[in-house]
Design a protein around this ligand. Structure first.
Ligand SMILES: NC(=O)c1ccc[n+]([C@@H]2O[C@H](COP(=O)([O-])OP(=O)(O)OC[C@H]3O[C@@H](n4cnc5c(N)ncnc54)[C@H](O)[C@@H]3O)[C@@H](O)[C@H]2O)c1
Length: 330
């Protein structure tokens, strides 16, 4: 029995942003049709807040099966807050794919790029169903890897007039804007404050490692879509508490981690306050945006199904190609 090994570079070569958005949308549709098996993530706390064992990190085990893609596997993903100081990415991830019919392993895939692009793609799917159709101005807070991936993916679903990027490190915003302008020929501008990024933006995205409100409700324009993908709180609590529609990728996962965690713990948000999971909207079971004035907030904490579906798509593209590395297990 042999498996193939797929590197991050190989993934980047064969997976376009457009394909990532399409695969992720398909996975959401499967969710909406109840065609996904996905238990809640298991978290391994390696001392994310400095507690024992003091490594300032944590790791998630994220198994899933997506029926329409016949994709089964698990992602093991770690986030270490001190990595950027060491010149290492905050997130590392590895995916193991198995045959759904037999459970036999078929591939080990670098999951770091897949994690990055599928997260931008998930927001792009949210934008497709929840943003105003004429959305053209985007404010992004967080000019790291996710900020970049969001620009790549959004470029596939809307006609972008302007993107404003803010970061607590001004130089990071400037670098991100320069790189993305060069890569895509878009109008990406670094701005000096979060408010400047948000003012008059049709779509507001937060993708930072902060755990504090970065976007205030009174800054948002009528009809805005706010998407939070960071792993902790990034929004003024009034946004999820009082928006017209609160959408999540998975309620079970949002109840344990991310933007809504504090509100859930304090008993101020529960499942009944969620308008819908995004999958039910993508599959047509529930309406997305219904008018131009709705303020919609989407909290997308991330789901293993998106990684496994995307990895299987990449595997199918590469499995019979020349030069793919095979590894005999037995
Ligand atoms: N929802 C998902 O599916 C998913 C997937 C991957 C990553 N994430 C999360 O997305 C977030 C960003 O990940 P990344 O890989 O881009 O990290 P990164 O380290 O590459 O970038 C984070 C950026 O946020 C900036 N930042 C930190 N604090 C800030 C603040 N208070 N105000 C403004 N900017 C601030 C940093 O300067 C940095 O540029 C993390 O919380 C990560 O866990 C979520």
């Amino acid at each position: 029995m042999s498996i193939i090994l797929i590197s991050g570079d190989q993934v980047k070569k064969v997976l376009s942003a457009k394909e990532a958005v399409d695969v992720v949308e398909q996975v959401y549709k499967d969710h909406g049709l109840d065609k996904v098996v996905m238990p809640a993530k298991i978290n391994l706390n390696m001392g994310i807040n400095g507690e024992w064992p003091h490594f300032f990190g944590s790791a998630n085990s994220m198994p899933a099966y997506v029926d329409s893609l016949k994709a089964m596997g698990v992602k093991f993903a770690s986030g270490y807050t001190k990595n950027p100081e060491k010149g290492l990415p905050f997130i590392h991830a590895t995916i193991i794919l198995t045959e759904p019919e037999t459970g036999c392993p078929i591939a080990v895939v670098d999951g770091t790029y897949i994690t990055a692009i599928r997260t931008g793609a998930a927001t792009a799917v949210a934008v497709k169903y929840l943003a105003r159709k004429d959305s053209a101005v985007v404010g992004i807070i967080g000019a790291g890897l996710q900020g970049r991936m969001h620009i790549l993916a959004l470029n596939e679903v809307i006609d972008i007039k302007e993107i404003r990027v803010a970061d607590i490190r001004e130089e990071a915003a400037v670098k991100c804007a320069k790189e993305m302008n060069e890569l895509l020929g878009l109008n990406v501008r670094a701005v000096k404050s979060n408010k400047e990024a948000v003012d008059d933006s049709d779509i507001v995205i937060t993708a930072t490692i902060a755990d504090e409100p970065l976007v205030m409700k009174e800054w948002l324009k009528k009809g805005a879509l706010v998407v939070s993908v960071g792993s902790y709180q990034e929004l003024d609590e009034q946004i999820p508490l009082t928006c017209d529609k609160l959408v999540v990728d998975s309620w079970a996962q949002n109840a344990h981690r991310g933007e809504l965690l504090k509100l859930v713990k304090d008993g101020r948000i529960s499942e009944k306050d969620i308008y819908s999971e995004l999958g039910y909207i993508a599959s047509g079971k529930k309406a997305g945006r219904e008018n131009a004035d709705e303020l919609i907030c989407a909290c997308l904490i991330g789901m293993g199904s998106l990684d496994i579906g995307t990895a299987k798509f990449v595997y199918n593209k590469l499995k019979d190609t020349e030069g793919v590395v095979k590894f005999d297990l037995i």
